[in-house]
Design a binder for this molecule. Structure first.
Ligand SMILES: *[C@@H]1O[C@H](CO)[C@@H](O)[C@H](O)[C@H]1NC(C)=O
Ligand SMILES: *[C@@H]1O[C@H](CO)[C@@H](O)[C@H](O)[C@H]1NC(C)=O
Ligand SMILES: *[C@@H]1O[C@H](CO)[C@@H](O)[C@H](O)[C@H]1NC(C)=O
Ligand SMILES: *[C@@H]1O[C@H](CO)[C@@H](O)[C@H](O)[C@H]1NC(C)=O
Length: 943
């Protein structure tokens, strides 16, 4: 580390200077004059004698240590240092490079450079034009990209260079995640490892995420397996001022050539040119700290005051320091009457006011954004990005009013929303709308909120929702690099940049894209990377039509779709393609349909509207299973929620609340059916009976609104934390309930009671769905099934929901013919109970679904959060593409539709009954779009 670039140190014993104190000022002034005179005489004598200062003269006339004053003076220059972005080109070696690592020559890659070709106008560049993929070799040495050239001869590079054949595959710079809590909130979650929020107070700008980073957090490796090489590790968002943040690279230990790793070793810029900080506004701080009559902030008003009050303290110290430094520079340190004012509590905030800190602020709503922008102008500091910036797309002009001339970027999720009031107003088109307003969108994970391994998939959906392809890819590479001040070092594949490289098995913005190798500082990170069996990568041809935001649909009774090239539903026998004719919301013909169309037109005496498609696809509609669709609107708002039912057994049908925003969105994204169960102890837990309903209904009284009253009896078994029963108690209670039900001689008087449902469960006529992740719990439940089956001489229709570790007991599940609904589809070891989940290539050979299908277990995909209604087709796409050929496209789509009905033994509202989707493009691909939805309402919504 370069000492001169280190941020200013502070003396913890620094005191307020005595001359600031009001009392006895007059007598001090007199005394000071006297002392100054004496000092002058002493000084003159010293000059005359030219003798070294005796130790006793190390004190100024004001009684201050000269040494310390000199240190203070040196601190002044550090305080006034204007950080510059760390240099890229011009270095011989990367400061992170460890001697002895062999260089690497990557041959035959298809490279995304990260900037448009020379001569591209600024406007074209903004529109994603001029970017391209080039066929190239890339040479890495001393932790840097040294050469990017069409053909680099092996003979022209160092003899010991490792040669890697990319086989023409896509190569990009490492992905950058500008919002992560990896390391400070290690996974699986353990209370003892949770260090992301300093909860001792609302204003803690003085704490530092680096002090909590656990370098052995396995998630750091999992994230890297998604091609993420750099992350900004932020404190959490409980506090208005959360503390300092650090940019790390995901190179830990051996793969980085180190015998051990410290958090300092992870720093992306060992010279620490910039510092980083996290602040937050909105719901979190007031929820965490607002206690009526005790402490605040309890409202957004209180939060603004907390901010302003803190900034006032820091601004005062900055002013005092500047006064001191000016005085010391002008009059000499021997004349100052106190030490440099320093206060460790406000040091980092002062550095922010001095523009040495890149601030990232969590703010969702328009009022939060406006208030915070107000603070930037009152106290004159910059915000580099607003995070969770769901509503920034509504207020571009407010962003443009922010202090400093460069509007903050918006660090976004692609489509994760609805989980609390401030996330209720949000749009998947936010990225595109901001971009259209000349602003910058960046996609982030907020790991562990989203598994950062797949942050590139957020960018992929940014493209799907209208951002130009190259702008979307820049949103996880060059754009965050620039916002972090690493624009000359990270985010591009150019000579002089850090050698953080990913070679992908397919286009990085395609569904299921996975790295085949990742390099950090020129060093390959995976010793034996698992490579999925995939066809040769085809690069996405950017589709500008995606930039047209889907308007409100037109409702049609009759319509004919042309250009349908594929029917991906087993229900439709006809392979004939061409036209799909719809009458009264139902398909009446697939194929040429000439006679049928004529008949329809003569019957209605009007022309049937025609919708022309490019590469149209017909599929059944999707089913959203296991979320809270129909049972709540906003997760964290109890008045919108059916609630956590705890121990009270109930039926989802009795709690259905329909016709809300989530259901409207579900419908337009093709999820016309949902199966939901009451929550037990929070999200993704279940208790009671589930109900199957149509998402397009207004109330349960609509004809056909509920297509399956009681789909299954659900229980959840797990470690639900303090106060909850033990796992052994849950298992015991389950066995007892089932055996009691088996012993019942008569039907209970209430046919809707738990025991009445259990009576049907034990004779095998109603499924028993157990939500559990742990392989041990699943194993225990299989033993309960065996015990009960032995008594009833029948077979429990058991279904496992969740299944984070189902891969461990795949063979046993298959033997017991117990199906699994994976929820989430891709587990990432979030909890202890999921710690044996498979996170996928290049770290593991496939994910849980692969092990289950290989073993012969019937599988479907559920929803860990309702926001995934937009991406169920793409989840099927991931299963298809990353399954090495084990699934056909139809089978993959079955994971989010037909399989659920097979698993629960109920009738699916079918294509014939008017449940179908018409897509433009293949629904398993990122660039597809739903053009028409029919959800059994007698009409079809056409976009
Ligand atoms: C690059 O890889 C592709 C795909 O494997 C191959 O067809 C091509 O011949 C390779 N080019 C060279 C120069 O090796
Ligand atoms: C790691 O340990 C080995 C053996 O003790 C030593 O030779 C090597 O220099 C160490 N490497 C680093 C980077 O400290
Ligand atoms: C199972 O039990 C229920 C309730 O007693 C009964 O209505 C149903 O007919 C039984 N089914 C079978 C297959 O025995
Ligand atoms: C991954 O698992 C599949 C079975 O699903 C097997 O055929 C393949 O050889 C395995 N690949 C590796 C690299 O272990």
């Amino acid at each position: 580390m370069n000492a001169k670039d280190v941020p200013p140190a502070y003396s913890s014993f620094a005191q307020r200077p005595s001359w600031r104190r009001g009392r006895a000022r007059k007598s001090r002034v007199l005394r000071a004059v006297g002392i100054t005179c004496l000092a002058f005489i002493a000084f003159a004598q010293w000059r005359q004698l030219s003798a070294p200062v005796p130790p006793s003269a190390d004190i100024t006339v004001h009684g201050l240590s000269v040494k310390r004053l000199q240190k203070d003076l040196a601190t002044c220059s550090k305080l006034r240092k204007k950080p510059e972005d760390p240099i890229g080109p011009g270095r011989d070696r990367n400061a992170r490079y460890i001697d002895g690592h062999a260089p690497t020559l990557i041959k035959n890659a298809t490279v995304w450079v990260g900037e448009p070709v020379e001569g591209t106008s600024a406007e074209d560049a903004r529109n994603g034009k001029g970017y391209r993929w080039i066929t190239s070799d890339v040479y890495l040495e001393h932790g840097l990209i040294k050469r990017v050239e069409a053909s680099i001869a092996v003979s022209s590079v160092a003899k010991d260079a490792i040669v890697y054949d990319a086989k023409g595959r896509p190569l990009t710079t490492g992905i950058i995640d500008m919002h992560s809590h990896a390391g400070v909130g290690s996974l699986p979650f353990l209370v003892g490892n949770e260090d992301s929020n300093e909860a001792s107070g609302d204003i803690t700008p003085f704490v530092r995420s680096i002090d909590g980073i656990q370098v052995d957090d396995h998630q750091i490796q999992v994230i890297k397996s998604g091609g993420v090489t750099t992350s900004l590790i932020l404190p959490g968002s409980a506090n208005n001022m959360g503390g300092e943040a650090y940019v790390i690279k995901h190179a830990v230990g051996k793969p980085d050539g180190r015998n051990e790793t410290s958090a300092t070793d992870l720093l992306a810029d060992p010279d620490r040119n910039w510092r980083f900080m996290k602040m937050a506004c909105g719901e979190n701080p007031k929820r965490v700290y607002g206690r009526h009559g005790e402490g605040g902030p309890a409202s957004r008003m209180g939060e603004s005051w907390e901010f302003r009050h803190a900034f006032e303290q820091a601004a005062r110290i900055v002013r005092e320091q500047d006064d001191w430094c000016d005085a010391a520079a002008a009059g000499g340190i021997e004349n100052v009457k106190g030490y440099l004012p320093q206060e460790i509590r406000w040091e980092s905030l002062g550095a922010l006011l001095r523009d040495q800190v890149r601030l990232n602020t969590h703010c969702y709503t328009a009022p939060d954004l406006e208030a915070f922008v107000d603070h930037t102008n009152e106290f004159k500091f910059k915000v580099r990005a607003f995070h969770h910036a769901h509503q920034t797309y509504l207020v571009p002009d407010i962003l443009k009013r922010a202090y400093g001339g460069e509007p903050p970027a918006s660090a976004l999720f692609a489509d994760h929303m609805w989980y609390k009031a401030e996330a209720y107003v949000a749009s998947e088109y936010a990225g595109k709308i901001l971009y259209d307003n000349g602003l910058t969108s960046i996609y982030v994970s907020d790991n562990p909120v989203i598994n950062a391994q797949h942050v590139v998939f957020e960018a992929a959906r940014g493209y799907r929702y209208g951002l130009p392809y190259h702008v979307a890819l820049a949103a996880v590479t060059t754009a965050p690099a620039e916002r972090l001040g690493f624009g000359k070092r990270l985010g591009k594949v150019k000579a002089g940049f850090d050698a953080d490289i990913v070679v992908w098995d397919s286009d990085p913005l395609s569904v299921g894209a996975a790295p085949v190798q990742v390099w950090i500082d020129g060093r390959a990170q995976f010793e034996n990377p698992v490579e999925l069996k995939k066809p040769k990568a085809k690069l996405i041809v950017p589709d500008e039509a995606l930039a047209r935001i889907a308007e409100e649909p037109t409702m049609m009774d009759d319509v004919v779709f042309t250009g349908v090239s594929s029917t991906l539903t087993a229900e439709v026998a006809s392979e004939g393609t061409g036209k799909v004719l719809v009458s009264k919301g139902k398909i009446t013909c697939i194929g040429t349909c000439e006679a049928e169309l004529k008949a329809l037109e003569s019957g209605t005496k009007s022309k049937v509207p025609v919708v022309r498609l490019r590469d149209g696809h017909l599929t059944g509609s999707f089913t959203g299973f296991g979320g809270t669709l129909g049972l709540n609107s906003i997760d964290m708002e109890s008045v919108t929620d059916n609630g956590d039912d705890g121990e009270i057994f109930s039926r989802a049908e009795d709690g259905l609340q329909l016709d809300d925003k989530k259901l409207h969105v579900s419908y337009r994204y093709g999820v016309t059916k949902a199966i939901s169960a009451p929550k037990f102890a929070g999200q993704a837990t279940h208790h009671g009976t589930s109900t199957g309903f149509l998402t397009g209904s207004t109330t349960v009284l609509d004809s056909g609104a509920v297509f399956a009253n009681d789909v299954a009896v659900h229980y959840s078994i797990g470690h639900f934390g303090p106060g909850a029963p033990t796992v052994s108690a849950y298992i015991g209670a389950l066995r007892r309930k089932l055996l009691d039900a088996a012993a019942l001689r008569e039907a209970p008087t209430d046919p809707y009671s738990e025991s009445a449902f259990l009576q049907r469960v034990v004779n095998g006529s109603l499924p028993l769905a157990i939500t559990a992740h742990s392989a041990d719990i699943i194993a225990s439940v299989l033993k309960v099934k065996a015990a009960v089956d032995a008594v009833t001489k029948s077979s429990l229709h058991l279904v496992i929901v969740g299944g984070g570790e189902a891969n461990v007991v795949a063979e046993e599940l298959a033997a017991a013919k117990v199906p699994v609904v994976l929820l989430p589809f891709l587990s990432y070891r979030l909890t202890w109970e999921e710690r044996r989940a498979l996170t996928g290539a290049p770290l593991t050979n496939g994910t849980n679904i692969d092990r289950l299908i290989d073993a012969g277990v019937e599988v479907a995909i559920g929803m860990e959060g309702d926001y995934v209604v937009r991406t169920l087709g793409l989840s099927a796409g991931i299963a298809f593409k990353n399954g090495g050929g084990k699934l056909t496209e139809r089978q993959a789509l079955g994971l989010v539709s037909g399989n659920l009905y097979k698993i629960f033994g109920i009738q699916e509202p079918s294509v014939k009954e008017g449940h179908f989707l018409i897509h433009e493009g293949n629904p398993l691909e990122i660039g597809s779009r739903i053009k028409a939805v029919a959800g059994g309402q007698g009409q079809v919504s056409v976009f």
